[in-house]
Design a protein around this ligand. Structure first.
Ligand code: NAD
Length: 267
C-alpha cells in the first residue's frame, strides 16, 4: 500500500515543492492539499500547482478532511497554523511533519500536547547536511571552553519573515547543549549601538536577508590566535522537501511522540 501524504499550505514555496517531491517518490501518493480560506489557488489541480501532470485532486481549505485521508501530513505554513494542524493530527492519530519555523512557546505547547496522541516530527531544517552540522556543533562546543566565542551568521531570501532563522536558533541550541547551558541564558539575538564588550559564554547571532538565497549558515568558534568556521549552504529547496517526505515515510505508524530529524535519519 502506498503511503498517502497530504500537504497543508500547498500553494506556498515549500508546499509546491513538496507536492512535486511526493509525486516523484516511489511508494508515495499525494493525498490532498490545503490552503488558507480565500487563497486564489483554491480549486486548482494540485499537479498543476506543483508544475507536474494533473493528479485529479484540487486544493481545498479543509485540513480536517486532509488529515483524515492522509497517513502523514507535511506542514510548512505559519506557527499558529501548524499548532492548529497538530491538534488535527492528534484527533486522527496520523503523522504530522512540521517544518514551520518561528514557533513561540504557546504553539510549541500545543504541538507537545498533540504529540501525546500522534507521531509528530518537528524540525526547523529537514536537510541531512544541517542535521549533521547540528551534531558537529554540539560536539565542538563540548570540546571547546568559553575562551572560544561562538557566533552564528545566517542569510536567507528577502521573503523570509522570522529572524534569526529556525536553523540558526537550532545551531545555537546545539552549541548551548554542548556547553551544558540553556540557549535563552546566553543568546545575543542581535546587536545595535553601544553594546559594551562581548560577555564571555554568550552565543551571538547575525541575520542577513536578500535576493533568492535558499539558506546559508555559518558557525564561528573564535579564540585568541585561531578560529574554526563550519557551515552549510543550501542551493535548492528540494533538500528540505526530500527530508520531509523521508520523515513522513518514517513516521507513519510510529507510536505517538515528538520526534526530531535526527531520529528520522538515525544520527
Ligand atoms: P510561503 O509563505 O511561501 O508558504 C507558506 C504557505 O502556507 C502559504 O501559501 C500560506 O498561504 C500557507 N498557510 C498559512 N496559513 C495556513 C493555514 N492556516 N492553512 C493552510 N495554509 C496556510 O513560505 P515558505 O517559504 O514555503 O516557508 C514556510 C515555512 O517553512 C516557514 O516557516 C519557513 O521558515 C519554513 N521552512 C522550513 C524548512 C525546513 O527544512 N524545516 C525549509 C524551508 C522553509
Amino acid at each position: 500500500m502506498a503511503t498517502r501524504i497530504g500537504v497543508v499550505g500547498a500553494a506556498g514555496r515549500m508546499g509546491r515543492m513538496l507536492l512535486a517531491t511526493i509525486a516523484a517518490t516511489p511508494g508515495c501518493v499525494i493525498a490532498g492539499g490545503t490552503e488558507r480560506p480565500g487563497n486564489p489557488a483554491l480549486g486548482e489541480d494540485l499537479g498543476k500547482l506543483a508544475g507536474i501532470e494533473p493528479v485529479g485532486l484540487v486544493l481545498t481549505a479543509d485540513p480536517d478532511a486532509l488529515f483524515a485521508a492522509s497517513d502523514a501530513v507535511l506542514d510548512f505554513t505559519a506557527p499558529s497554523a501548524s499548532a492548529t494542524h497538530a491538534s488535527l493530527a492528534a484527533k486522527h492519530g496520523h503523522a504530522h511533519i512540521i517544518g514551520t519555523t518561528g514557533l513561540e512557546a504557546p504553539e510549541r505547547a500545543t504541538i507537545e500536547a498533540a504529540a501525546k496522541r500522534a507521531p509528530i516530527v518537528l524540525a526547523p531544517n529537514m536537510s541531512l547536511g544541517v542535521n549533521l552540522l547540528l551534531l558537529m556543533v554540539e560536539q565542538m562546543a563540548k570540546a571547546l571552553d568559553t575562551d572560544w566565542d561562538i557566533e552564528i551568521v545566517e542569510m536567507h531570501h528577502r521573503h523570509k519573515v522570522d529572524a534569526p532563522s529556525g536553523t540558526a536558533l537550532g545551531l545555537g541550541r546545539a552549541a548551548a547543549k554542548g556547553r551544558g547551558v540553556s540557549l535563552d541564558s546566553v543568546a545575543q539575538r542581535s546587536r545595535d549601538g553601544i553594546t559594551g564588550e562581548r560577555r564571555k559564554g554568550d552565543i551571538g547571532f547575525a541575520t542577513l536577508r536578500g535576493g533568492d538565497v535558499v539558506g546559508e549558515h555559518r558557525v564561528t568558534f573564535a579564540a585568541e590566535g585561531e578560529r574554526i568556521e563550519i557551515g552549510h549552504i543550501a542551493t535548492s529547496r528540494a533538500i528540505f522537501a526530500r527530508g520531509a517526505v523521508k520523515a513522513a515515510i518514517w513516521a507513519q505508524g510510529k507510536p505517538p511522540g515528538l520526534y526530531a530529524m535526527k531520529d528520522v535519519l538515525g544520527l
